[in-house]
Design a protein around this ligand. Structure first.
Ligand code: ADE
Length: 229
């Protein structure tokens, strides 16, 4: 998979996408992530990329020309499965969308800043608008990093034990059962006996029951959803 990120702040991605599992996926060239600084495409002699909103009001709006020039350039180089805009008024991100995006070959992700981008970009280029939750960040960069992390970990070969993604919380609209490791007792707090029993069928049954119980208690809204919703 190739991911092109369009941003005014490429350095914001250096930490989150350069460590651990995502770093390894990039090193193994399972995913190729490119960052493009929108400011490099400014047509203004002062390198401006934003301007006051028509009609007045607070905040600045990212101008159409630099973004359109950059998107047109990238689109002339390869086809994109999705051109995504990170925005708090987009579709709220959930595992189902992450699953479908993980099947893509080429993704483009546009990060907004200030009051967002000129709406004509959204009307004429964007195919998918995504929010990571009902709260407002200073820009789309952290949201894009969350999206990229969630998508890349599902690409085959990224997780060392591929089945571990299948048992993630949310894959069946269920939360995961609790997990424990050694020591079996700490401070008088014991791991559930069943996990030490060696009886795999009983352990699997217990985990399934725990997943249902935890979902019922913590996220009953998930139980009303069909597995595909
Ligand atoms: N940009 C600012 N806030 C955001 C959010 N919650 N999700 C996606 N992009 C954003």
């Amino acid at each position: 998979m190739r991911i092109d990120v369009l941003t005014l702040f490429p350095d914001m991605f250096q930490g989150p996408l350069s460590e651990s599992i995502i770093k390894r996926a990039r090193d193994k060239q399972i995913v190729d992530i490119h960052f493009h600084n929108i400011r490099d495409y400014s047509t203004d002699k002062h390198n401006r990329v934003d301007d006051y909103p028509f009609g007045g009001g607070a905040g600045m709006v990212m101008q159409i020309e630099p973004i359109a020039t950059l998107i047109d350039k990238l689109k002339s180089e390869r086809p994109y499965d999705h051109i995504i805009y990170m925005t708090p008024d987009g579709e709220r991100l959930a595992q189902r969308r992450v699953n479908t995006l993980s099947l893509a070959g080429n993704l483009m992700i546009l990060c907004g800043h200030y009051k967002g981008v000129d709406h004509r970009i959204r009307e004429h280029y964007i195919t998918c608008e995504i929010s990571i939750g009902d709260y407002v960040l200073t820009g789309g960069e952290l949201a894009a990093a969350v999206l990229i992390d969630s998508v890349v970990r599902l690409i085959p070969g990224v997780l060392s034990d591929e089945t571990s993604a299948l048992t993630d919380s949310f894959q069946d609209n269920l939360l995961s059962p609790p997990v424990y490791t050694r020591p079996a007792e700490y401070n008088g707090w014991r791991v559930p006996d069943i996990l030490l029993s060696g009886h795999q069928a009983n352990i699997d049954k217990w985990r399934e029951e725990q997943a249902h119980e935890r979902t019922l208690k913590l996220r009953p809204d998930l139980l009303g959803k069909s597995e595909r919703s």
